[in-house]
Write a protein that binds this ligand. Structure first.
Ligand SMILES: [Cu+2]
Length: 168
């Protein structure tokens, strides 16, 4: 009896969740969690990736190259930006998001939105979850685009859906 009740409440819950999803269109991640392949658990877990690896987030490292070598990234993966707070020996850094490819290409920081200020990269770093199926254009916004233009502190990410079967 308890089991039946549980099953009913679960399905009601799922229906209400499903209805909620309609309000903003088809929810792919939810769709995946219901119908996707759940056999390879480790494959499905979202990853936490430190941007730049042991290099962290600094001037002069090629992050486009890093992103290509460490991709692909998947929906709900977390990018961690690590950088020191402003101090006497290192330049301040930050994390900005460009609204489109053109402003990203030109490092047009004025059009970008700051997602992490120079202090937020301290300690465990600033975490950014790739929640949407859209291209993300990241850059450091310091010195009015100088770090982005001349310091290679920029990269683009297009999160993918998790594979339906484990990659070979
Ligand atoms: Cu910077």
């Amino acid at each position: 009896m308890v089991l039946i009740l549980l099953a009913i409440t679960t399905s009601i819950f799922e229906v209400s969740m499903a209805n909620k999803d309609w309000s903003f269109g088809f929810n792919y991640t939810d769709w995946w969690s219901r119908f996707g392949n759940h056999q390879n658990k480790t494959q499905q877990e979202p990853r936490k990736i430190i941007v730049g690896g042991s290099e962290h987030w600094h001037f002069g490292y090629n992050y486009t190259d890093w992103a290509i070598k460490n991709g692909p990234f998947y929906l709900n993966d977390t990018l961690v930006f690590k950088y020191d707070a402003p101090n006497a020996t290192s330049f301040p850094h930050s994390v900005y998001l460009f609204p489109n490819f053109g402003s990203f290409l030109n490092c047009d920081v004025k059009k970008a939105k700051m997602v992490a200020n120079p202090k937020q990269g301290e300690g465990e770093g600033f975490e950014f979850v790739l929640k949407r199926w859209q291209p993300y254009y990241f850059a450091c916004g310091e010195r009015n685009g100088f770090h982005c233009n001349n310091g290679n502190m920029k990269f683009a990410v297009m999160p993918m859906f998790r594979p339906f079967w484990p990659w070979p």
